[in-house]
Design a protein around this ligand. Structure first.
Ligand SMILES: [Mg+2]
Length: 249
């Protein structure tokens, strides 16, 4: 574990050989427990290649798609359906024409390829959850479409490790405060663990919880954000992999 930035002196007391006991661990799913964003990146690459725009470079198309995604998410939330709508909007706006049935069916094939993927767990996840569950309370906290996220959890075979599952529409500080109240968690013994600064780390710190940042090499660009320094009594750890949690919890 390396200190993430000079502001993280609050992590020092945690980086000892002593493991914490009886904590509540809120654990993200996509790109923390299993691969997710790589499949969206594959679909986007197929979309851009298929569009083969005559004047916009692939990078420009991608930038426009990011704008479409932000707008669709604001209106409809996260999930495959929302992503499909973003691809349709992007195509229509960049071609300045209505989508044809052929183009729509190709977009359907790109998003169907995502839904059809087998859940690929990240390395060491099962063994790590098995041990963490013996020592702590584990709650899965994943945002998005409840049906899609529940389906992925069922297919992952990991449900039994969690005492509860939370699927908020957005993971912001209010969502974390609500989870802490409903389950009830002691903030001084509650950690949010995940790969996204924007959804996992910064809002959890803002809600007065501790956080463990485990970056994924292919984190979705819309989740990128500077990691906030912890303040007050909150602590922040940055780890290279999920199994490293066992050294601290
Ligand atoms: Mg994630």
């Amino acid at each position: 574990m390396a200190r993430y930035n000079p502001c993280m002196s609050a992590t020092e007391s945690t980086s000892t050989a002593t493991r914490l006991t009886d904590q509540t661990l809120l654990i993200d799913a996509d790109d923390t427990l299993w691969e997710n964003n790589i499949y969206f990146e594959e679909a986007i690459a197929s979309f851009i290649s298929d569009l083969d725009h005559k004047t916009h470079s692939p990078q420009k198309v991608r930038e426009h798609l990011n704008r479409c995604e932000r707008a669709t998410i604001a209106a409809q939330g996260y999930g495959i359906q929302s992503f499909r709508q973003s691809l349709v909007d992007c195509l229509e706006q960049l071609t300045e024409s209505r989508i044809t049935p052929e183009q729509y069916s190709r977009i359907l094939s790109f998003t169907a390829a995502i839904s059809g993927k087998k859940i690929q767990l990240l390395s060491g996840v099962v063994e790590t959850l098995r041990l963490l569950r013996q020592r702590h309370r584990l709650i899965l906290v994943t945002k998005g479409d409840p049906r899609e996220q529940t389906d992925k959890l069922e297919r992952s075979g990991l449900q039994a490790f969690f005492s509860a599952v939370e699927i908020p529409a957005e993971k912001d500080a209010a969502a974390y405060r609500s989870i802490v109240q409903r389950h009830p968690c002691d903030p001084s013994a509650t950690w949010m663990i995940g790969n996204s600064p924007k959804s996992d780390i910064n809002p959890a710190l803002a809600a007065g919880l501790h956080a463990v940042f485990i970056p994924h090499a292919c984190t979705w660009i819309l989740e990128h954000e500077e990691v906030d320094p912890p303040s007050g009594l909150t602590r922040l750890l940055k780890l290279d992999s999920f199994p490293e949690l066992l050294a601290y919890f």
